[in-house]
Design a binder for this molecule. Structure first.
Ligand code: ZN
Length: 162
């Protein structure tokens, strides 16, 4: 597949002053190095949820009233996907200039929950299909005066491809 070709060269060059600290656009939802989603898990029944939030357990039949942070698996398969052609309105940050991007709902391999996320730049909805293996990555969402703001993103997992 040729979706990686030209990814870097397609980026507009930025003035050196634009480079700064790389930080998550949302605090506490994921780590950057290595890319890892932070969810919560019910110690009573093992049910997981993302994004992280305070208890009680999302399973109404479970007595668990406290959720603990947990690192979620960084692999899964495409459960559903779409493509966004409209820049989000302020105050939500968007790439400038805006380019359409794919969004994938990925079912995590171990937890079985579905996590929505942007798909890495250069991979469009036409490149995806239900069941496609995906791995977690981190990508620059936008750059402001404080540096790069990062967001988790799904990338086709080619490491196990035949
Ligand atoms: Zn529970």
């Amino acid at each position: 597949m040729g979706y990686r070709a030209g990814v870097d060269t397609a980026r507009p060059s930025r003035p050196a002053a634009a480079f700064g600290p790389r930080r998550p656009a949302v605090d506490g939802w994921f780590t950057v190095d290595p890319p890892c989603l932070i969810g919560v898990r019910c110690p009573e029944c093992g049910t997981c949820a993302f994004p992280p939030r305070p208890g009680p357990c999302p399973d109404p039949s479970c007595p668990g009233d406290e959720l603990v942070p947990v690192e979620l698996s960084d692999r899964g398969t495409v459960w559903s996907y779409t493509e966004n052609h409209y820049a989000p309105p302020p105050p939500f940050p968007a790439r400038d200039p805006f380019e359409p991007y794919a969004i994938a709902a990925v079912e995590l391999a171990e937890e079985g929950i579905v996590v929505l996320g942007q798909v890495v730049t250069g991979v469009r909805a036409a490149d995806l299909r239900v069941g496609l293996p995906m791995r977690l990555a981190v990508e620059t969402l936008c750059t402001d005066e404080d540096g790069d703001r990062l967001v988790w993103a799904w990338a086709p997992d080619t490491t196990g491809a035949a």
